[in-house]
Design a protein around this ligand. Structure first.
Ligand SMILES: NC(=O)c1ccc[n+]([C@@H]2O[C@H](COP(=O)([O-])OP(=O)(O)OC[C@H]3O[C@@H](n4cnc5c(N)ncnc54)[C@H](OP(=O)(O)O)[C@@H]3O)[C@@H](O)[C@H]2O)c1
Length: 250
């Protein structure tokens, strides 16, 4: 679909596997006129941008403390009312010092804080700070990357205490936001999205256990999410769905 109106896509946490794939997806979408990518890192060398869409991409480097995030929002204020897509891609499962807990003895306060900061606090701050830019007349769909393991109803295995808890907490934040945005910014639709196991740095250590054909490429998931966002009804409700558009129990 071509459009005369400016329609901007915002990708937050853009240098990760899914973030970068979403940047590529939106750059190729003729209905999107501007892509704003936000990351702690510079534009990845692996991100090849063809000459015809170079001007379509703006890459902003930032830290994720509230003051720095506020500055990012001020930088993109000119797009207020024209932001049609927002993808919040932050997520941490493991690092050099953090490993998902297998049993309660593995729980560590520093790791809990770090995982919650990335998976819950940073997305929450974006939804707070972006409110005034997203509120308007034009429909805006916001997808926050969650995970099926954030479902309480679906949890039969336990483990991964901090990651699961941070994603379940993210769902509560998103539900609260859906209620408040539903009252104060009726043009905004919120989606809590499970990408499925996707071939990125986050899933790398766990990919051996993934059944054949069940490990998705980031490009496949980005296309699926873009289609889900295109077809989402702006209904004031939070949708918790997987890559196939299927609802996940809370
Ligand atoms: N891959 C999977 O199989 C899978 C499955 C289920 C759910 N997910 C979810 O999908 C989302 C994207 O993950 P991915 O697979 O693309 O992983 P990834 O390649 O490791 O990317 C991680 C993303 O999280 C951000 N991030 C990392 N540490 C952070 C921190 N301390 N503070 C703030 N942001 C931080 C990074 O932002 P910068 O650009 O600033 O570095 C990056 O965009 C995550 O929410 C993840 O939980 C992934």
């Amino acid at each position: 679909m071509m459009t005369d109106t400016a329609r901007c896509a915002l990708v937050l946490g853009a240098s990760g596997g899914l973030g970068t794939a979403l940047v590529v997806e939106f750059l190729a979408d003729p209905a999107i006129t501007q892509v704003i990518a936000v990351s702690r890192k510079g534009q990845p060398l692996s991100l090849s941008v063809s000459d015809d869409v170079t001007n379509k991409l703006v890459w902003i480097q930032t830290e994720y403390d509230e003051q720095s995030m506020t500055t990012v929002v001020e930088q993109i204020e000119g797009h207020a009312g024209n932001i049609a897509r927002v993808c919040i891609c932050h997520g941490l499962l493991h690092s050099e010092t953090i490993w998902p807990e297998k049993r309660l003895e593995d729980i560590n306060a520093d790791a809990l804080h770090e995982i919650f900061q990335s998976n819950t606090v940073v997305p929450t701050l974006w939804l707070k700070l972006l409110f005034k830019l997203l509120k308007g007349e034009e429909p805006c769909v916001v997808a926050t990357m969650n995970a099926r393991v954030g479902s309480i109803g679906d949890n039969r295995m336990g483990g991964w205490h901090s990651y699961r808890a941070s994603k379940a907490a993210l769902n509560m934040v998103l539900q609260n936001m859906a209620i408040e945005y539903g009252r104060r910014a009726k043009n905004v639709k919120l989606i809590s999205f499970h990408p499925g196991t996707t071939d990125t740095g986050l899933s790398k250590p766990f990919q051996a256990a993934v059944p054949s054909g069940k490990l998705f490429s980031p490009a496949f998931v980005a296309t699926r999410l873009s289609e889900i966002m295109d077809n989402a009804a702006v209904d004031g409700e939070l949708s918790y769905v997987d890559w196939n558009g299927q609802p996940i129990p809370w």
